[in-house]
Design a protein around this ligand. Structure first.
Ligand SMILES: NC(=O)c1ccc[n+]([C@@H]2O[C@H](COP(=O)([O-])OP(=O)(O)OC[C@H]3O[C@@H](n4cnc5c(N)ncnc54)[C@H](OP(=O)(O)O)[C@@H]3O)[C@@H](O)[C@H]2O)c1
Length: 237
């Protein structure tokens, strides 16, 4: 689909990848961009095409209200995400698994359910920003991996449900991106500008599952070639 003239909704638009996507959509001629933010003070104003929307994606009433005020959308980018950087068993944050599932799985599902009626009638696309850790568990972040894996399966289900309505659903699986979320991860990390380009070019490409960055692509190849050897290697990280 074309970015020029599109009406987009981006969650988590106040910082990191979401802020980069917001700016790039404007630069590339989007007609309107709803900037979904958890707290209203996070949005930069200035461009009249930006419509700030307060929406915590785990809050079903806020999500419903956002959807009823954005019935003109043609592109939904589910970018908001949470990573508490926890393993699954010996965790020092017993609430992490539930919080990550609430945001990464249920929050994304809330948005898709609320916005799909408008997308069905307008046509368009959904991009879900997942993670390469939807395909493999990095032991130190296995809790996040579980929530992203659930979101990946849910995205596949939604793709099948929306295909007959002409709505494309794309999963983007990035490796580490240079944002606050990956502050504790050593380089190399994908610069935000490159990550933004990869997300938006997914709209032009034919693949519905996009592996972003060298690490994600190497893991995808490793999974296809020898899953067990790859898992053994991840245990050492
Ligand atoms: N950075 C990486 O290495 C990496 C790698 C793979 C995938 N990803 C994915 O890329 C996406 C963007 O992450 P990022 O790197 O830009 O991280 P970030 O800088 O930590 O930004 C996360 C964004 O999500 C928002 N958010 C969190 N919980 C929310 C909720 N309940 N409702 C609405 N918004 C919420 C945050 O809002 P507040 O500012 O209000 O907290 C923030 O805008 C995420 O889905 C992440 O999982 C990132």
């Amino acid at each position: 689909m074309q970015i020029e003239g599109c009406v987009a909704f981006v969650t988590g638009a106040d910082r990191g990848l979401g802020a980069g996507l917001l700016n790039a959509l404007l630069e590339r001629g989007a007609g309107k961009v709803y900037a979904g933010v958890k707290k209203m003070e996070g949005v930069a104003d200035g461009d009249p095409r930006v419509v700030p929307v307060e929406v915590d994606i785990t809050n079903i009433e806020q999500v419903a209200s956002a959807a009823s005020n954005a019935k003109d959308i043609t592109l939904l980018i589910n970018n908001a995400g949470l990573n508490r950087t926890q393993p699954v068993l010996e965790t020092n944050d017993a609430e992490a698994a539930r919080a990550e599932m609430e945001v990464n799985y249920f929050g994304t599902l809330n948005m898709m359910r609320a916005f799909s009626p408008a997308l069905k009638s307008n046509g368009g696309a959904i991009i879900n920003i997942l993670s390469i850790l939807a395909r493999v568990a990095l032991p130190s972040m296995a809790s996040l991996s579980a929530s992203k894996a659930a979101a990946l399966r849910m995205t596949e289900g939604a793709r099948a449900e929306l295909a007959p309505h002409g709505v494309r659903v794309i999963s983007v699986l990035p490796g580490p991106i240079d944002t606050e979320m990956s502050r504790s991860i050593p380089p190399p990390k994908i610069p935000v500008g490159e990550a933004v380009d990869a997300v938006l070019s997914a709209l032009e490409g034919g693949s519905d599952e996009v592996y972003m960055g060298a690490m994600a692509q190497e893991i995808a190849r490793g999974l296809a070639a020898d899953r067990q050897a790859l898992h053994a290697r991840l245990l050492t990280l």
